[in-house]
Design a protein around this ligand. Structure first.
Ligand SMILES: [Zn+2]
Length: 145
């Protein structure tokens, strides 16, 4: 979440932040936001933070989905990306990143991907509304005479 990134900046370099206003993308409410001065003229940063923090019904739904997507990206990185013990090539892990949006936004129940060489992935929406990411590694040994 963008406001969480800016909160981290506030703890290390508060002098780089300025208070300004942003408008919630959904209800138009103006909210005081603290953003890095360098971001002041960047398109959408003030509005993004305001939308994350607004609290109207649409913004709450938006923020919850955004948080869910970010957590899912982190899980994918831990299981398949550079944080993994056996990382997949980036172009393969991208398939899973690309599937996060459809699962969270369009209620696709699950996807399964076979990456070859015994590595598979399953992602599904749990009954609690979280996205479960699973990695399955199988080794098969076969000898032909
Ligand atoms: Zn709002």
């Amino acid at each position: 979440m963008l406001h969480e990134e800016f909160e981290k900046i506030r703890q290390t370099a508060p002098e780089s932040l300025i208070v300004t206003t942003g408008e919630c993308r959904f209800c138009g409410t103006e909210i005081d936001v603290e953003i890095p001065a360098i971001c002041l003229d960047m398109d959408g940063k003030r509005e993004e933070v305001a939308t994350e923090l607004c609290g109207c019904a649409e913004s709450k739904t938006y923020a919850a989905k955004k948080k869910k997507k970010e957590r899912t990206y982190e899980r994918i990185e831990k299981l398949f990306g550079s944080e993994s013990q056996k990382p997949l090539p980036a172009h393969k892990a991208k398939v899973l990143h690309d599937a996060v949006d459809p699962i969270v936004e369009y209620d696709i129940a699950s996807i399964a991907v076979d990456f070859g060489n015994g590595t598979k992935a399953k992602m599904k929406m749990t009954s609690k509304g979280a996205v479960q990411v699973k990695r399955i590694d199988t080794n098969e040994y076969c000898a032909e005479i």
